[in-house]
Design a protein around this ligand. Sequence first.
Ligand SMILES: [Zn+2]
Length: 66
Amino acid sequence: MKTTQCVSCCKQPLSKDEYGICMKLLGEDTEAFYCLSCLADYLDVTEQDILDKIEEFKEEGCKLFS
Ligand SMILES: [Zn+2]
């Protein structure tokens, strides 16, 4: 996995969950990765909404979070 930083605030490294949810919400071939708080900002939702999504995807057994 290439090292990527948040395109908005340059936080790095991003966690596995942050990578995973970016791919889920922005598309698996996205070039832009965001940390949790910037992704929430970008999508105009709360960080908790994103965390809930991550849990949902994990429960579905999504391979991006395994
Ligand atoms: Zn950020």
